[in-house]
Design a protein around this ligand. Structure first.
Ligand code: NOJ
Ligand code: CA
Length: 710
């Protein structure tokens, strides 16, 4: 990766040595002076912090730095501040692919060295940026201990009121819950245990997953998450309704009886707080990425950001099956349910998709169900050894499909469903990646459906955090990029390992195909944009044109208008974007491509710049992005179930240049349920000075392409 150091200002070793008590408080201020963190030790020598934004307290006295260990005394008080070190940095770095090209990393930081009377040591580091703060712990080498099993960590986030919160349950196994909008005091995660469509779910406490986004009565937005989750456990946030505070609750392991084995010295992930006055600033913030380390794997040009089609949606809506044997029904996750053989991944079908991709300038093709094992993955409780990542089904001629794709200029994306048997996957990884490279494949979609084997481990525990990282490291040595489904959440590690290109980690489009609760409601996307999307790229798989798909499933549908499906390509960021519908659904009955399809052909996937023009959490969002390598801009807007007339100011366009704008919008009668296919396409010439109005239907949206007029 090209790492551009424009200006670096680093100074360290500022000092203060003092005893606990009143003079232990210290402050760190953001470069623009708006955010102040105060750190101190209370009368018991317990570390705490507060945070103010433009002089108003946004995080009240919150205790931090508490640890419990198995078989060793923990600590949370009796600390003395030995010294502190200040540092600052102002530098820029480049994203090899991303929402923008250049990122400014500008902060002031301070590291506090703490010690107990029995000489046990803990360092707390704060970094304060203009868009929020991060803090982490360092556990230095301790006398007579070189490793510890952490059983609890205390990091508090004490609120200043009963804020509005957009949250999902603190699940140790999955992030595929709907978001709920409630007051903090009304958070009830336990209510969402045992959702029938979650193939693995474990919600032990009333807690939330991160990122979790809040709005104060004064209109300040906060979002809590973590950065650089490496060799540790995912942090959920436990809800204390009386004290109005969140406290870290790490995902655990029944096999160790703890949360994370750490070898000293050890650095925990950063605990991060984004702070913004405008909801859109949460999306523009690069705080979580900045809290991660620079690229460690070098050039990733083997991965090209792309749009892709796939033998995928047809299985989810039941047109075809993953397995050749017809012995499983994945969409109900029921063992023994016979579906009848309608194998999707056949040579002929793959070639049909290749023809479609090639004819429409779509670079990628994902083929699920190409390998043996699919008949067993649901039908057995012991999924160890079920999948084989080298052996195609007999009706899928791997070499012929590969050769045909190459001839047509299409890149095939590998699929590895591990069925949550990571040890089986680890055994085959070298051979599987060698097989991929031999066939010219540079990226793989991985999947972790079901409960983790061995029992007692969870998707978000340290054991799996290590596995996901092992896959990234191994894939990097083969020059392979990973798109993980049922992943560990992104914590900005794509900066360090840019071969981690995307993840699912949310309720994706697939829920619209089969969820028994009616699928994703219209408020889903305007909520996801301000919550899940703050963590990183989303493989949501947009692009359904046959919104109701009654010929396949009467009881399910997509709960958006057609125009909103186009908007998703801009609103939801990912360097890979699927055109998830069946090729035949992109055509009109007269055999011509649907006019709205033109936007999908045109829209970019890799950006120089991103601007959130407007938005409100859970309500609507409008985003403009400038494509890398061209002068084109694209705008996407989505609304929840409320109709909206939206002003779009084109002031983001460069002055003095005229653009041809094509508006792909909801038709006058459009409605996500009653009339999702009503659309209109209009064109206009616009420049920097124009402001236009676009109407979004309930559950609707719009997309605009902007090409310079020569
Ligand atoms: C769940 C994934 O989210 C989905 O995209 C995939 O098709 C199935 N698992 C099968 O691997
Ligand atoms: Ca999934």
């Amino acid at each position: 990766m090209r790492y551009l150091l424009l200006a670096a200002l680093l100074f360290s070793a500022l000092f203060t040595s003092c005893n606990k008590a009143a003079d232990t408080t210290d402050t760190i201020v953001s470069p623009d002076g708006k955010i102040t963190v105060q750190f101190g030790l209370n009368d018991e020598g317990r570390p705490y912090y507060t945070c103010t934004y433009e002089s108003a307290v946004v995080i009240d006295t919150s205790y931090i730095g508490g640890f419990e260990f198995k078989g060793h005394p923990g600590f949370d008080q009796d600390f003395t501040l030995m010294k502190s070190e200040a540092a600052s940095a102002k530098e820029t770095w480049e994203m090899p692919w991303g929402e923008q090209k250049t990122v400014l990393d500008h902060y002031n930081s301070k590291k506090f060295f703490l010690e107990t009377p029995d000489r046990r040591r803990l360092n707390v580091i704060f970094k304060v940026y203009d868009d929020g703060i991060g803090f982490r712990y360092e556990l230095p080498s301790q006398i007579n201990v070189d490793s510890l099993l952490v059983t609890a960590e205390t990091s508090e986030f004490k609120l200043t009121g009963d804020h509005q919160v957009w949250w999902q349950p603190g699940d140790w196994d999955i992030y595929e819950h709907l978001y709920h909008a409630t007051k903090f005091s009304e958070i009830d995660a336990i209510k969402y245990r045992n959702h029938p469509n979650l193939n693995a779910t474990y919600i032990p406490f009333n807690a939330v997953n991160t990122p979790v986004t809040l709005k104060t009565a004064e209109g300040i937005y906060l979002s809590f998450h973590e950065a650089n989750l490496t060799d540790y456990a995912d942090m959920t946030l436990l809800v204390d309704k009386d004290a109005l505070k969140f406290t870290s609750g790490l995902a655990g392991s029944e096999r160790t009886g703890g949360k994370a084995w750490i070898s000293l010295p050890f650095k925990t992930p950063w605990r991060s707080i984004q702070i913004a006055k405008r909801a859109g600033d949460l999306i523009e913030s690069k705080l979580v990425l900045n809290l991660n380390e620079p690229n460690k794997i070098g050039d990733v040009s083997y991965f090209t950001p792309m749009k892709y089609v796939g033998i995928w949606w047809e299985m989810h809506i039941g047109k075809s099956t993953w397995d050749l044997e017809g012995s499983q029904d994945m969409t109900t996750f029921t063992q023994g349910a016979k579906s009848g053989s309608r194998h999707g991944a056949t040579t002929e079908n793959a070639m049909k998709y290749i023809d479609f991709a090639s004819a429409n300038g779509i670079r990628g093709l994902l083929v699920e169900g190409w390998n043996t094992g699919w008949d067993k993955w649901i039908n057995t409780d012991d999924r160890e050894g079920v999948f084989d990542f080298m052996t195609p089904y007999p009706d899928y001629d791997f070499d012929a499909v590969t050769a045909y794709a190459k001839e047509k200029g299409v890149e095939i994306i590998m699929h590895h469903e591990t069925s949550s048997a990571p040890r089986t996957y680890e055994k085959q990884m070298d051979e599987a990646y060698t097989f991929m490279k031999k066939h010219g494949m540079n990226s793989v979609k991985t999947g972790y459906v079901g409960k983790i084997i061995p029992a007692g481990e969870y998707h978000h525990g340290q054991w799996m955090v290590r596995h996901y990282q092992h896959v990234i490291d191994k894939a990097a040595t083969y020059k392979i990029a990973i798109n993980a489904h049922e992943p560990i959440k992104d914590t900005g590690l794509r900066r360090t390992y840019p071969n981690f290109i995307a993840r699912e980690g949310l309720r994706g489009q697939e829920f619209n195909a089969w969820a028994s609760d009616g699928g994703n409601p219209p408020a889903h996307i305007p909520t996801v944009a301000f919550t899940r999307m703050l963590s990183g790229p989303i493989d949501f798989t947009p692009g359904v044109f046959n919104i109701k798909f009654d010929e396949y499933k009467k009881e399910n549908q997509v709960n958006t208008t057609l125009a909103q499906q186009l908007a998703l390509y801009v609103v939801l960021y990912s360097p890979i974007q699927m055109l998830c519908d069946l090729p035949e659904h992109y055509y009109l009955p007269n055999g011509q491509l649907h006019p709205m399809f033109q936007f999908i052909r045109d829209v970019g996937v890799d950006w120089n710049e991103t601007k959130v023009l407007d938005g409100e959490v859970g309500d609507f969002v409008v985003i403009a992005r400038q494509e890398r390598g061209t002068d084109a801009w694209f705008v996407g807007g989505v609304t929840g179930d409320r109709e909206r007339t939206q002003e779009v100011s084109f002031s983001f366009l460069p002055k003095g240049q005229k653009y041809k704008a094509t508006f792909y919008a909801d038709g006058p009668k459009a409605h996500w349920n009653n009339n999702p296919l009503d659309y209109q396409i209009n064109t206009a010439e616009v420049d920097h000075n124009n402001i236009m109005t676009v109407r979004m239907a309930p559950g609707g949206g719009f997309a605009i392409s902007l090409f310079p007029v020569k």
